[in-house]
Design a protein around this ligand. Structure first.
Ligand code: NAD
Length: 805
């Protein structure tokens, strides 16, 4: 280097080029003739009929990196068959044996870390700095961490087992990382998998396949990599064999998959889109917060599901903060992803680039002001975009609501913490949030009130295998990582289905006072006394259209006339449940426990009447009815006990951070109670939901007299108005459908016919509700584990709390 150049470099402190070596990655591509088959049953298998498609380098869009097999129906069949065939032996291995394989995968990935990092940058367009320092290390950590769950599974998850084949579909933004998030827990638990990478980023999955086959020597069929497009994905999730489909991608496709699997009995994990708030208070550490914004939205060119894409800044600091942010943006470097000094690489594909540009145009048209640093120059020949900032944004603007999935930040202001929370939650998504304040009280209060699966305090975009990740609301359900992620790849041994005779069957019907009361609704001379009303918002409400139906004994004897709910009644009940949610959510667990104990006590004083009612409606013996009543009282005690014990965890993770995993309520849950056990089936679903601070709208059908009897007990048990709302209907499935469609209901539980289950699941897609349906099978409510009911009643929010950083 000549002296002048050296002097100029010292003066300007400009970056020189710092390209990462590509040869080993290129050699690997060449060794395969730049053409890849599927990885099925431990071997490369050419596509049966789909041919090949090209995968390109988004930073040099005319460069084809490789040709990759397009999965057809026959290929899907072959991959599923392979996974199915390997399941018995893989699941029968001792946990320790599986742990050794996962450990070997982690070691092998670490050995080839640089080849993976380069390949991922080439195929995805993201900077090598990120693939080298984040994607690949987090992948390695994931396999190590899950080796640990494989090792300890028998002692840590007694009563659970792997379900079989899992179908897995992943997106292009973190191709290798998403693959690890899906594969590691699934095979650690003893499942086998077929995974379909995105069409535009299949290469890191194929490199892993090569390593599994030739170095790790994973038993054939345990992991199968099936490449292809959305049609391949459709054939995969529609296949009848997988017991579970786990999907990461857009909410739009998540909806299609939810609809397409409705009624199939398949379990789902949905990791979907986001529009996450990045909240900066006036007492934040500004410099850290500015770096946080850079990491929050320009990491991976903003193509991050949990990107902090909505900057909410306290009004009094807005101008100063934006000024500093613009100064920082001007220093960002966009260019060759393989240059180690680049902050931003290329957008992954032409379609995505077009979508981002269109949304930026919409932003401008709607009146927001767009700013891009003039000095940031994007290279030609690839899908590059500069960092972009929008100010003057209104909460209703399209760019404030839609996921842009690009390097585009929109800014809004707030005055008070309450307004910040309201703005943060003003979205259909709920994936993540980042909160910046030096005041722990403010930060934790906001963290608790923001509806999101992950909350980072004074930090952002941190990931660790020990902390589960997943969404609230339309960002999906289920978790990947952490202990909670393991429950999502396991099945309860007896699945809670009928026929298991439990210890609880030994509850005696002989104890206590079983004085019969009159069957409600019918006078002692057999005449109908009155029509029961619903419980809505703490009040007895008449049916909207004064409709009613008869509850009869199996022999046809009229027992009671109860209300017939319609759409309006269901809506009123949901409104009451929604209104009651914030204060119930804030209520002390001790209070919720007290209410459930009180309810149990009140039920016990009238147990004779309940037993008579159950026997009269169902035709069971009085003894059996009495056992059901005793079990119901015991269940109420169970959940009263758990109300203040099923709280969450604190998990130290990499770095100086604690992750506080809170088990939060799902929200408003709509329930269709089963017909078989009018009392126990009602209490076993309502009590855990209330214990965990959900509010409930429950509809009872055929044996609704018991539900109405319960209303009277509930009214004397201090349940706050709106927390529990009870409807009755001759066709409860129709009301369940209304609840499933309702945008203000967060979860739908359906215990009835297979057809009704399917309808409820289909209808749940309006806002991607969490669903739990019985698919026409009876559930043994006395043997089902309390833990399962509590897990169903909650979703995990992980709050990352830094210390001494
Ligand atoms: P996408 O939904 O278009 O595709 C995801 C995957 O689904 C791909 O493999 C694709 O081939 C397949 N697919 C597409 N249509 C399908 C169909 N009809 N049936 C079956 N499979 C189908 O998503 P994308 O554009 O690849 O990724 C971006 C999206 O992923 C964003 O919305 C982002 O927020 C989301 N994402 C979420 C998470 C999370 O953990 N929540 C993580 C990463 C990305």
């Amino acid at each position: 280097m000549n002296k002048d150049k050296l002097t100029s470099l010292i003066e300007t402190l400009d970056y020189g080029p710092a390209p990462e070596q590509e040869n080993r990655t290129r050699e690997w591509l060449k060794a395969h003739g730049s053409r890849f088959s599927h990885y099925i049953n431990g071997a490369w298998q050419p596509p049966k009929q789909g041919g090949y498609f090209k995968t390109i380098n988004p930073a040099r869009s005319d460069e084809v990196l490789a040709e990759v097999a397009l999965g057809s129906k026959e290929d899907v069949e072959a991959a599923i068959e392979a996974a199915k065939g390997s399941f018995p032996a893989w699941s029968a291995l001792a946990g320790h044996e599986r742990a050794r394989y996962l450990y070997a995968i982690a070691r092998a990935v670490a050995k080839h870390a640089r080849v993976f990092a380069v390949l991922e940058s080439l195929d995805n367009g993201k900077p090598i700095r990120e693939t080298r320092d984040i994607d690949v290390p987090v992948v390695i950590r994931h396999f190590y961490y899950h080796a640990g769950w494989a090792q300890t599974m028998e002692s840590e998850f007694p009563g659970y087992r792997p379900g079989g084949v899992i179908a897995q579909i992943i997106p292009w933004n973190f191709p290798f990382l998403m693959l690890a998030w899906k594969i590691a827990p699934a095979i650690a638990a003893g499942n086998t998998v077929v995974i379909k990478p995105s069409k535009s980023t299949p290469l890191s999955a194929l490199l892993l396949a090569d390593i599994l086959m030739n170095e790790v020597k994973l038993p054939p069929g345990v992991v199968n990599v099936l490449t292809g497009d959305s049609r391949t994905g459709t054939m995969l999730y529609e296949h009848p064999v997988p017991w579970k489909v786990t999907f990461t991608g857009s909410t739009e496709v998540g909806r299609i998959i939810r609809k397409g699997t409705a009624g199939s009995g398949k379990h789902l994990t949905m990791e979907l889109g986001g529009k996450s708030p990045f909240i900066v208070f006036d007492n934040a550490d500004f410099d850290s917060a500015i770096e946080g914004v850079v990491n929050g939205i320009w990491f991976n060119e903003g193509q991050v599901c949990c990107a902090g894409s909505r900057l909410l800044v306290q009004e009094c600091i807005h101008d100063d903060f934006i000024k500093r942010l613009k100064r920082r943006m001007s220093k960002l470097r966009v260019g060759n992803p393989l240059d180690k000094a680049m902050d931003m690489g290329a957008i992954n594909n032409a379609e995505q680039l077009k979508k981002i540009c269109e949304l930026m145009e919409v932003g401008k048209k709607e009146g927001a002001v767009m700013w891009q640093p003039e000095n940031v120059v994007c290279p030609k020949g690839g899908y590059f975009l500069p960092p972009t900032l929008f100010t003057n944004v209104e909460p209703s603007h399209t760019i404030a609501q839609e996921e842009i999935f690009g390097p585009v930040l929109v800014t809004l202001t707030f005055r008070t913490p309450a307004e910040a929370i309201q703005l943060a939650n003003n979205t259909r998504y709920g994936l993540a949030a980042s909160i910046w304040s030096q005041d722990i009280d403010t930060a934790m209060d906001v963290a608790r009130k923001v509806k999101a699966g992950t909350v980072w305090i004074n930090s952002t975009n941190l990931f660790d295998a020990a902390a589960g990740f997943g969404g609230y609301k339309e960002s999906g359900y289920g978790r990947e990582g952490g202990r909670e992620g393991m429950y999502d790849v396991l099945i309860e041994e007896d699945h809670g289905r009928h026929s298991v005779v439990s210890e609880r069957g030994k509850i005696s019907a002989e104890r206590g006072d079983w004085n019969s009361g009159i069957v409600r609704g019918v006078t002692t001379n057999g005449n109908i006394d009155r029509t029961f009303r619903f419980l809505i918002g703490g009040k007895l409400a008449r049916p909207d259209q004064a409709g009613s139906f008869s509850v009869t004994s199996p022999e046809g004897q009229l027992l009671a006339i109860v209300g017939e709910a319609n759409r309006k009644d269901a809506r009123n009940a949901v409104e009451a449940a929604r209104g009651a949610l914030p204060s119930w959510f804030e209520s002390a667990a001790h209070l919720r426990a007290q209410i459930l104990y009180f309810w149990a006590e009140n039920l016990a004083t009238e147990k004779g009447r309940f037993a008579d009612g159950i026997a009269a409606q169902t035709g069971c013996t009085l003894d059996a009815a009495r056992i059901e009543v005793e079990r119901s009282i015991s269940r109420l005690f169970d959940f009263a006990a758990y109300a203040d014990k099923f709280g969450g965890t604190v998990q130290p993770v990499l770095g100086r951070r604690l992750v506080v995993g809170l088990r939060e309520p799902v929200g408003v849950i709509g329930m269709r109670a089963c017909d078989e056990s009018p009392l126990l089936g009602f209490i076993a679903i309502v009590a855990p939901a209330l214990a965990m601070a959900n509010t409930v709208v429950v509809v009872a059908g055929k044996h609704a007299m018991t539900a109405m009897d319960l209303v009277q007990v509930i009214q004397h048990s201090d349940v706050p108005p709106g927390v529990l709302n009870v409807l009755t209907a001759q066709n409860p499935d129709a009301i369940a459908k209304i609840l499933a469609e309702h945008e203000d209901v967060d979860g739908i539980w359906f215990f009835g016919s297979a057809e009704g289950s399917k309808i409820a699941e289909e209808a749940s897609t309006s806002n991607m509700k969490q669903t739990w349906v019985s698919d026409g099978q009876e559930i043994d409510w006395s043997s089902i584990k309390s833990e399962k009911l509590l897990l169903k009643s909650t979703q995990v929010k992980n709050i990352w709390v830094p210390y001494g950083v």
